[in-house]
Design a protein around this ligand. Structure first.
Ligand SMILES: Nc1nc2c(c(=O)[nH]1)N[C@H]1C(S)=C(S)[C@@H](COP(=O)(O)O)O[C@H]1N2
Ligand SMILES: [Mo]
Length: 420
């Protein structure tokens, strides 16, 4: 075992001393605790038998965690069927999003598909059109991959300035889970591609019949026809029983309730790649087929929904991800981007997946402007919001990966702001 450096050891010791100080201070603070359950007393839950096994045939979180839920912004959309709910990023840790908390984005509600009646059709410029039942997909070679999915419209309300007060709303259209399925490459090889094959179209079986064109190169590279997330079958809201996984690319192309894959020699110019999911620039022209999600990061705690409760030692925590590859580094600024220092990435770093970063802060109560900045293994650095606006203007909705600023106030409250 390697010894920590002296510097690290002192920091850790100071940290632990600080934490103990907090616990002592906490006992006299406004915490809603009940003295009869606290040491040295024997707590209520030790005085009686607990609930037996089998009562919770499918387990739920503790009843004390009822506030950890997906949330919606009612004024954002006209109907709940074509709408979005947001991942509570500020209440989560690590890199995996629990299945029940993954944000949802549907254009025609959640399709309810009987797995017995499920079929995936593969046709177009192929030698042999095929139809797969779910069991047949499960008999094909299997892969497991952890990837983030980010809606291109994530942070889309922030183009013209700070809007929504909470990272759940500013950044909560992202989730990261482990997918199990068969590669799209295997399916395409089974059907056999015709020489002029260049694009594929993926279409959903939902009421929106949402469809998108994807270049063949990407389809053969790393796309997965997935039926499981985090080990269990996909949730209905995530596309049960089958969805397309398009690592690193905008969520819109990850077609859920996947019904059909058609091979062609050009894109289809569907609604979702013409009137939507294009990036309107300052000069009135729009960028099209901007699939890639660039490197991005956000401090999830502290953040407006997760204020700082105590002075002294606190953990700054956040997520970073890049559609180009692996996250290489995350920097933290406490002064709105003037000075940067490296955050500590903790846990696994996968390709096109979220990483968790931490920065331990001894907070003396001074006001701070907290920022995080991600860099990926291609050398791409997450831009500031003004730098992004210089290239993109403010007409866009999509692909806002600018650096987020949280203003930490003296009372520990946190606000969504912008600096220079
Ligand atoms: N069939 C179908 N697939 C779809 C959609 C849809 O409405 N219908 N929404 C897309 C959009 S815009 C996004 S961002 C992602 C959201 O995936 P999630 O609901 O698992 O978060 O699914 C995509 N796939
Ligand atoms: Mo989306």
């Amino acid at each position: 075992m390697t010894q920590p450096t002296d510097k690290k050891r002192t920091t850790r010791r100071r940290f632990l001393a600080g934490a103990a100080g907090l616990a002592a201070a906490g006992a006299s603070s406004a915490r809603a605790d009940n003295a009869k359950n606290l040491p040295p007393n024997v707590a209520d839950w030790t005085r009686q038998l607990g609930e037996g096994v089998g009562v919770r045939a499918y387990g739920n979180p503790s009843k004390y965690e009822k506030h950890v839920i997906r949330r919606t912004v009612p004024w954002l959309t006209a109907t709940p069927e074509s709408s979005v709910s947001f991942t509570p990023l500020h209440q989560l840790d690590g890199i995996i999003t629990p299945n029940g908390l993954c944000f949802e984005r549907h254009h025609g509600g959640i399709a309810e598909i009987d797995p017995n009646d499920y079929r995936l059709m593969l046709h177009g410029l192929v030698e042999k059109p095929l139809i797969f039942a779910l069991d047949e997909l499960k008999r094909l070679p299997r892969v497991n991959k952890i990837h983030f999915l980010e809606c291109a419209a994530n942070s889309g309300m922030e183009w013209r300035g700070a809007q929504l007060n909470g990272c759940q709303y500013t950044h909560g259209m992202v989730h990261c889970v482990q997918y199990t399925g068969v590669t799209l490459k295997v399916l395409l090889e089974q059907a056999g591609l015709k020489p002029n094959a260049k694009w594929i179209m993926a279409e959903g079986g939902d009421a929106a019949a949402m469809n998108r064109s994807i270049p063949l190169g990407k389809a053969l590279d790393d796309c997965i026809v997935a039926y499981r997330m985090n080990g269990e079958m996909l949730r209905p809201e995530q596309g049960y029983p089958v969805r397309l996984v398009v690592p690193g690319w905008e969520g819109n192309v990850w077609v859920k309730w996947l019904r059909r894959l058609k091979v062609g020699d050009q894109p289809w110019f569907t609604r979702e790649e013409t009137s939507k999911y294009t990036d309107l620039l300052e000069n009135g022209k729009a960028r099209q087929f901007t699939f890639l999600m660039d490197a991005k990061s956000v401090i999830t705690s502290p953040s407006p929904q997760a204020p700082v409760k105590q002075k002294g030692f606190n953990v700054i925590s956040g997520l970073a991800w890049s559609g180009r590859g692996k996250i290489k580094r995350v920097d933290i600024s406490l002064d709105g981007g003037r000075n940067w220092r490296a955050a500590r990435i903790d846990g696994p770093v996968f390709d096109k997946a979220c990483v968790r970063f931490y920065y331990e802060l001894d907070w003396n109560g001074e006001e701070l402007l907290l920022q995080s900045r991600a860099m990926d293994d291609t050398g791409y650095v997450q831009p500031g919001k003004d730098a992004l606006r210089k290239i993109r203007g403010v007409n866009s909705i999509y692909h806002n990966n600018g650096i987020q600023t949280w203003a930490l106030k003296a009372d520990g409250e946190v606000e969504n702001v912008e600096v220079g």
